[in-house]
Design a protein around this ligand. Structure first.
Ligand code: NDP
Length: 453
């Protein structure tokens, strides 16, 4: 058994040692889950609903504890971490309504009756990244449990603490042993075993497009069901007819939220050339105003990056020759800090413009008309989110239909509402999470013909 030392990214101090699961332990957990699922799928829908509600209530009463744990483990500002714990509660509560609504259909057929049932897929392997450990865990967990599946979750090696605690709260709420297990450990060991074990019938993976591609190939061997939430390089498109003041004031939060470690980050700002100068002037004030610092302080808006290695990766996109237009501030001393950074002008073939940086670095590039804005937004292998700023309803609709991406906001930078579907076009993923249909992704449709003679 090996252990991993969790480091607080804001202080570089050790937080806790976490035991890493082995491949053998992963196999045991999967077999335990398969036995538990046989029982769980038969728990009456109303009882499954009640257990999910109790689970949500316990997450709610432990919200501050979970938030403090996330702040220490991931460096998320306390306000953001509280929102994330609240999201786990809300997602569990939302899907607690699902077990009693998993109705099939009856279809008239000659010679009898055809009825359909929604059957749980079985054991689900949930592979979670380090950027939003709590929300992303809950997006797979809640609908899977509601559907009658058992879940084996692998948190990221760097950020397992809140997942471990949520697993304990599930047991306290009365979710039966084995129905939800959390296995800290390495992707190449625990994650890979979830992909390879035949008793795991579905994988839900969030992380890099590169690892997602490997997981998809692994799942193909078993024709295993799969949901992928991968990277992004989303555009924030600002037209001259927009409320440019509002667009500039919110643009930092559209990309620097979670220190830019966000698959929905609008990391390419595209601005209509006629308002570029005005926009840049307003953006500078907004970027310098982002409060970066101690994540435990109530007014902090941006914390550190997750690790020293990740900071090095982010910094590699800003060499000495980079066109830094202006920067915000970041603390000196201990902690994996990196200041909010705006690059302009950036040619569209620059790696800062084409690759997902996953840090607080944004590029600004002008466009001349609507067609060019759409073409530039789409000139990427990704398609996860984006924003459109305009005063014209017609243009908002035209551009929204033209941009190839799964989640768009008009005159807003919001990305995730748990009651609307979330997922990506192109290499940003496969399938949708959240929203009213997410439970279907954890069920198989069975059709049964009943002869009437
Ligand atoms: P990864 O894709 O490497 O990791 C995501 C999760 O997958 C982690 O739990 C990881 O485990 C696990 N994993 C890694 N390799 C395997 C494998 N072979 N089989 C099964 N599971 C595996 O992302 P990183 O965290 O390393 O981040 C790299 C980049 O990915 C980021 O810079 C960003 O571009 C993107 N990313 C996108 C996210 C999104 O929300 N769309 C979230 C996180 C990252 P382990 O703990 O061992 O790493």
């Amino acid at each position: 058994m090996t252990t991993h030392t969790i480091i607080n990214p804001a202080t570089e101090q050790p937080v806790r040692q976490v035991e890493q699961s082995t491949a053998e332990q992963t196999d045991e957990a999967i077999e335990h889950a398969a036995r538990a699922q046989e029982h769980w799928r038969q728990v009456a829908p109303g009882d499954r609903a009640r257990l999910l509600r109790r689970f949500a209530e316990l997450v709610d009463t432990h919200g501050d504890e979970l938030a403090a744990l996330e702040t220490a483990n991931s460096g998320h500002p306390m306000g953001a971490a509280r929102w994330e714990a609240g999201q786990v509660r809300d997602v569990l509560m939302y899907y607690s309504a699902a077990p009693e609504r998993m109705a099939g259909r009856q279809i008239p057929v000659a010679g009898g009756l055809d009825v359909t049932f929604k059957e749980p897929v079985g054991v689900v392997g949930l592979i979670v990244p380090w950027n939003f450990p709590m929300p992303i865990l809950s997006w797979g967990l809640a609908p899977a449990l509601a559907a009658g599946c058992a879940v084996v979750a692998k948190p990221a090696e760097l950020t397992p603490l809140t997942a471990i605690r949520v697993g304990e709260l599930a047991l306290d709420a009365g979710i039966p042993e084995g129905v939800f297990q959390v296995l800290p450990g390495k992707g190449a060991i625990v994650g890979q075993r979830l992909v390879d074990h035949p008793a795991v019938r579905k994988i839900v993976f969030t992380g890099s497009t590169e690892v997602g591609r490997q997981i998809m190939a692994g799942c193909a061997r078993h024709v295993k069901r799969l949901t992928l939430e991968l990277g992004g390089k989303s555009a924030n498109i600002v037209f001259a007819d927009a409320d440019v003041e509002r667009a500039a004031a919110t643009a930092p939060y559209a990309v620097f939220d979670n220190a830019g470690q966000d698959c929905c980050a609008r990391s390419r700002i595209l601005v209509e050339a006629s308002v570029l100068e005005k926009f840049m002037g307003l953006l500078e004030g907004a970027v310098r105003g982002v409060r970066v610092g101690d994540p435990t302080a109530a007014d902090t808006e941006m914390g550190p990056l997750i690790s020293a290695a990740h900071r090095e990766h982010v910094a590699s996109y800003v060499p000495d020759s980079a066109p830094v237009a202006f920067r915000g501030s970041a603390p000196d001393g201990a902690g994996f800090w990196y200041p909010p950074t705006v690059l302009a002008p950036v040619p569209p073939d620059s790696v800062a413009y084409t690759e997902e940086i996953f840090g607080p670095v944004v590029t600004v590039t002008p466009f001349t008309d609507e067609a060019e804005a759409i073409a530039m937004a789409n000139d990427t292998p990704y398609g996860l989110s984006g924003s459109i700023w305009t005063g014209s309803v017609g243009r908002a609709i035209r551009v929204a239909r033209g941009v190839e991406t799964g989640n768009l906001s008009v005159n807003s930078h919001s990305s995730v509402r748990y009651w609307t579907p979330f997922g990506g076009f192109k290499q940003s993923g496969l399938g949708r999470e959240l929203g009213p249909d997410a439970v279907d992704a954890f069920t198989e449709v069975k059709n049964v013909f009943i002869a009437n003679n």
